[in-house]
Design a binder for this molecule. Sequence first.
Ligand code: NAD
Ligand code: ZN
Length: 351
Amino acid sequence: MTTIDVPASRNYQVIVGKGLLSQTGSRILPFCKGNTAAIVSDETVWGLYGGTLEASLKAAGLTVIHYTFPAGEASKNGENYLKILNFLAENKLTRSDALVALGGGVTGDLTGFVAATYLRGIAYVQIPTSLLSMVDSSVGGKTAIDLSAGKNLAGAFYQPSLVLCDMDALSTLPQEIFRDGCGEIIKYGVLYDKVLFDKLLAEGFSFDREAVIARCVELKRNVVAEDEFDTGARQKLNLGHTIGHGIEAQSHFTISHGEAVATGMAIVARAGEKAGITSGDTVDAIHEILEKFGFPLTTGYSAQQLFTSALSDKKRSGGTVNLVVPREIGDCILLPTPVGQLQSFIEAGLA
Ligand code: NAD
Ligand code: ZN
């Protein structure tokens, strides 16, 4: 078991290990001074793990209520957000009670935004059950719902009180969703940690899950501690995402997020090499690791198509897009790129 302290506007711990789900009751008590815990989960995850979680909370003396919604990104919407708020109000949850998000990033983002706004803020605990949510979305306090104009357009920075990453939950995660999370793990290696990168390159899918997840959480913790509100260093986590979002959007989301980000990293690295920023060895290493995990090295979409989607990216500020470009493995820079040069930059990376 590994415990990682996150220093932010609220300090909290992320615990990575086995058997944590059934310990939730005793671990949540310091954050739930009232007597009710409200679990929010998607129907798939609730069916797999709801019973264990509920039993653990009840054994700690808590009253438990739960709200479930259909699994999938389409549920991360204003309708569910309001339904959950009303559900909490009808059940007279107070500010001394707590929410528990049991599920992947959709559940965590939605529950976090409810927690940020119900009674102007109530404690919440993240129990991420997908690889992506363990290494990324459950840590750092970005909460959100999607609007019809785009993903994550309404939300708040609101840190959880505790994050429990139970390795046992990964046993039921479908392989393609596990692989999706690997795209983000590779990203951490390229951004900050050559040792992690080399380990993933050597071990492929059989990497030591607990050690790798704990390392990724540590890396994310460092970024959040430095730039909780995403005005500088945190933007580097966007590596592969500007072009990746373009690929996802152009495919009408039939290409998964992790795969799109992985391909986005390869494109930005090749473009970076042509611009004299990225070393040739780095491009080769990124190609090699993407092949190891079965991610495509490029896309059939044109630079113009990707450019159009990239322009609607949230990370744009004024006439400039902050691209993240690797120099070496473990060393990336923010490259403010004028919108007028973005399409030709992407074009250079496609070849
Ligand atoms: P998700 O929550 O939809 O989970 C993916 C699928 O896996 C769902 O069908 C879910 O039911 C299933 N699942 C989850 N855990 C399972 C388990 N243990 N066993 C079996 N099935 C399981 O999506 P995700 O990929 O976890 O997260 C994507 C979301 O995270 C997006 O909405 C994205 O915007 C958000 N996100 C947020 C941040 C942040 O910082 N807040 C960062 C990255 C991504
Ligand atoms: Zn991502």
